[in-house]
Design a protein around this ligand. Sequence first.
Ligand SMILES: [Zn+2]
Length: 292
Amino acid sequence: MIIEFLGTGGATTTPRPGSKTEASRLAREKQTPPWVRMGPGLFLHGPDVLIDTSEDIIHQMNRAGIDYINACFYSHWHPDHTAGLRVFEGNIRDYSSKPYTMAPPTDVYLPQQVAVDSRNWLAIWDQLMYLQDGVQVVNVHEMQDGDSVDVPDRADSSVKITPFRLHLDYVYGFMIETNGKRIVHAADELFGWEPPEGLKGPDIAILPAGLFEFHPLTNERILMPNHPLLKEEASFKQTLEMIEKLGAAETWITHIEEAFDMTPEALAKAEERFAAEGKNIRFAYDGLQLTV
Ligand SMILES: [Zn+2]
């Protein structure tokens, strides 16, 4: 299985229109990763599983050469993770194909609370029902907490995906198990999370950066200590403490907000510092692939 980071930005992507940050300036100049960061999304090549659909998903699929999504899981209802859900309309085939056939519907899995929230926010449930009953391009499955899904992959094995609630309990992380390997992925919103025993020691952890209250390289303060966001989102320092407790063999940081102005050069130097401290913590970038 190959894990591909489709997008490593957050609610703000890089470049951000109108932004004067160095990160955005460089991204406009280079036009490519690692400078450009699109909206959050992760794809598992093999089982062809997608986690979350930002509004950038169609461009991400074209870039990654993805021609079909077998199954999609949603981490939570926030628009930076769901705004691209119309992507499944792409399951129609060329109208010139004879005989005309549709691709099989994509299985869309909503963890328990996401299914509840989808009915209350952003008309997500209505959109999904249109895609299921109107266009017939998805089959929607509501999960209960504790449920797992085994998705077959092309190598005749399967990947087992188990959603779990984070401390902010409308948000889910995923335990992904395949070929004897365990991957823990949380897409966003780690505030207050204590990694439970059952998740500890995975082979790979993929976690959101949180708020860069301090610059990870210079330690310069970026957010004022009384900033209201610090009451509801984990800081990067708190994320590092969670990484320590989770104890993955390797950890990749994603969901990096443009507004913090983290250039790839600064993040590479921060990675060097982590390595010097014996920590295997890296910053992901769009298009990065991990072979599992
Ligand atoms: Zn997000």
